[in-house]
Design a protein around this ligand. Structure first.
Ligand SMILES: [Zn+2]
Length: 257
């Protein structure tokens, strides 16, 4: 099963065996170039318990990763975040201020600044920020939470934040981006392909994104989550097909997520 802690441990073991150096996002942007490199990022959305289970697997292997915390959900707990920082994890800001400010750029920028200030005031050394993406949100006047950065090119530098998007591409021109979006692997076709690629040293650098909410200590939950994710994808596709039939539009597939 793909998204269990045991599977994650196998993935890390393979990477270490193949000579990958595991880097936090900040290290990847500022440290000396390493090859092969495995840059690990976790987007912490809702559930701290699942996040702790995933990073416990890393700690057992002496690995530290980057954790991007939402500040508008119950995972926001500065004391807990400080403890994780003390344990060696990078704590970053997972922002969605444009979504929450309904596309009002000025208000979203102010909210971003205030939230970053709060994190730093709590003792967190935040030097990277990653936009949150929720495919269910209807966006008017902007395409993603990241637009706040492209609209104002000096924004990151003013707030003393590193440019993750541009920086990774500059430091690792051939990196592959592999993510567990929608509880299925993106960037590779399967977990088996990912493991084989790591074992063969297929990629000089891997930028791995996981959402610990999707991962399970128990095999049964992992199976249930994957079946539910497949069913939801099927439901969306069926709804789209129904919509097209009703409107008499041309039938197309894709774009379900
Ligand atoms: Zn997110």
């Amino acid at each position: 099963m793909d998204f269990t802690c045991a599977a994650y441990d196998r993935l890390l073991a393979s990477a270490l065996d193949a000579g990958y150096r595991v880097l936090r996002v900040r290290d990847a942007l500022t440290g000396p170039p390493a090859s092969p490199a495995l840059i690990i990022r976790h987007d912490v959305e809702w559930n701290i318990r699942r996040t702790l289970a995933v990073i416990n697997v890393e700690q057992q292997r002496g690995i530290r990763s980057s954790l991007y915390f939402r500040v508008d959900t119950r995972v926001y707990d500065p004391a807990q975040m400080c403890r994780l920082q003390d344990a060696g994890f990078e704590i970053g800001y997972h922002f969605n201020t444009l979504d929450r400010c309904r596309g009002d750029f000025a208000r979203a920028a102010r909210t971003f600044e205030n939230e970053l200030f709060r994190l730093r005031e709590a003792g967190l050394d935040v030097t990277t920020a990653i936009p949150h993406g929720d495919p269910r949100i209807r966006r008017i006047g902007y395409r993603s939470n990241a637009d706040i950065l492209s609209r104002d090119p000096g924004f990151l530098a003013r707030l003393k934040l590193l440019d993750v998007g541009g920086g990774l591409a500059a430091h690792f021109p051939e990196f592959v981006y592999i993510a567990d979006l929608g509880i299925s692997w993106n960037g590779v076709r399967s977990a088996a392909e990912l493991l084989a690629g790591i074992q063969l040293g297929r990629w000089p650098a891997i930028y791995l994104l996981t959402h610990p909410d999707y991962w399970s200590a128990s095999w049964f939950r992992a199976v249930g989550m994957q079946i539910a994710a497949c069913a939801m994808r099927g439901l969306n596709i069926n709804r789209i097909i129904a919509g097209f039939r009703r409107s008499g539009a041309e039938f197309r597939t894709g774009g379900a997520e």
